[in-house]
Design a protein. Structure first.
Length: 119
């Protein structure tokens, strides 16, 4: 089974602290996911920051509006630098998503690296 990868880099004119506070808050996942994915968070959160071992449950509707259950675990967090989520249950055979943050002149550079396998 092949493993696929992709990487995206975004530069945003905000501070590292602002980026980290927004993107490491699991409640904001729904706000940043494209609407056509039909993404809905099922989990209840206690606090506003991700932590290692945190499980996040959601449903997505990527094809024909059919809901799919998806659970990811936050496996690693290094404050103001990166966090990693990995699928525990869901539509992929493998899902490993790294979110990296770096202060640059004029803002922050965010790099997403995803490795995945489809069934």
């Amino acid at each position: 089974m092949a493993t696929y990868s992709f990487q995206t880099i975004q530069r945003i004119p905000i501070t590292l602290e602002q980026a980290w506070d927004f993107f490491s808050n699991p409640a904001n996942l729904q706000r940043i996911t494209p609407g056509e994915m039909g993404f809905e968070i099922v989990s209840t959160f206690h606090g506003t920051t991700m932590y290692p071992g945190q499980l996040i449950e959601y449903t997505v509707k990527p094809l024909l509006g059919i809901p799919l259950y998806w659970m990811t675990e936050i496996t690693h967090v290094q404050d103001m630098q990166y966090f990693i989520d990995e699928q525990r249950f869901g539509p992929y055979t493998l899902w490993h998503h790294q979110h990296h943050f770096k202060a640059i002149e004029g803002g922050v550079e965010m790099t997403d690296i995803v490795h995945y396998r489809i069934p």
